[in-house]
Design a protein. Structure first.
Length: 224
């Protein structure tokens, strides 16, 4: 785990969301992708794939490959697999054998805007899964890969390969790779200020004072 990912992992999605609000980086927090397997926060760089209805998928060159396998083999340990499956078809965008393969590869977890199957296996493997729905229905004959390692959209958020992903029970934050340093710095400052506020509350300061003007304006964007 590199230093940037270590710093991101120490934060939560709320702090990162607040930091991006403060910096004017809009539309980078996905809601509705629930924590389905494990309660662990995950952080890493995005490896992506996009699914389409099976009859719209490009014809494979060479032997057919099951969805997700190319992304797993291309991913580095610590990466997060991010899947777009917004076809409206009730079919798994991720499943049990993929989970085991990703676990063995050292992948941090999966974020899927689409149904995921075999969730009991993910829980047994202690592999983090964030998704919008669960299903028992196979992808075979229903959906297929359109592309791998290209930009995808999850819950309205654009995710490019190599962007930074943070997921916890509150949501999923996507930090563009070019912005990671300043987002981390802003989020760490917010966390430090909120820790000081908690300390003041514990010391007996009235909450109306703790959450006063300074708190209300904490995310005000700095003038250039």
């Amino acid at each position: 785990m590199n230093n940037l990912i270590e710093r991101l992992h120490r934060l939560d999605c709320c702090a990162v969301s607040d930091a991006m609000d403060k910096l004017g980086i809009a539309g980078q927090v996905a809601s509705g992708l629930e924590q389905r397997a494990t309660t662990r926060r995950i952080a890493g760089r995005a490896m992506t794939y996009r699914l389409v209805p099976a009859d719209q998928a490009p014809k494979p060159v060479g032997p057919p490959r099951h969805l997700g396998t190319t992304a797993i083999e291309l991913a580095q340990p610590g990466d997060v697999i991010v899947v777009e499956q917004r076809t409206g078809i009730d079919a798994g965008s991720w499943g049990g054998i993929l989970t085991l393969g990703a676990k063995m590869r050292g992948i941090a977890g999966v974020v899927a805007d689409g149904p995921v199957r075999d969730i009991d296996e993910a829980r047994a493997y202690d592999f983090p899964v964030y998704c919008c729905a669960l299903t028992a229905r196979t992808a075979r004959g229903r959906v297929a890969e359109a592309e791998v390692n290209q930009p995808v959209t999850v819950a309205g958020v654009l995710v490019a390969p190599g962007d930074y992903v943070l997921a916890d029970a509150s949501g999923v934050a996507i930090v563009p790779a070019a912005d990671i340093e300043r987002v981390l710095a802003a989020a760490e400052e917010i966390v430090a200020r909120e820790a000081a506020m908690a300390k003041a509350l514990l010391a007996g300061t009235p909450i109306s004072q703790v959450m006063g003007a300074n708190y209300e304006h904490m995310l005000k964007q700095d003038k250039p």
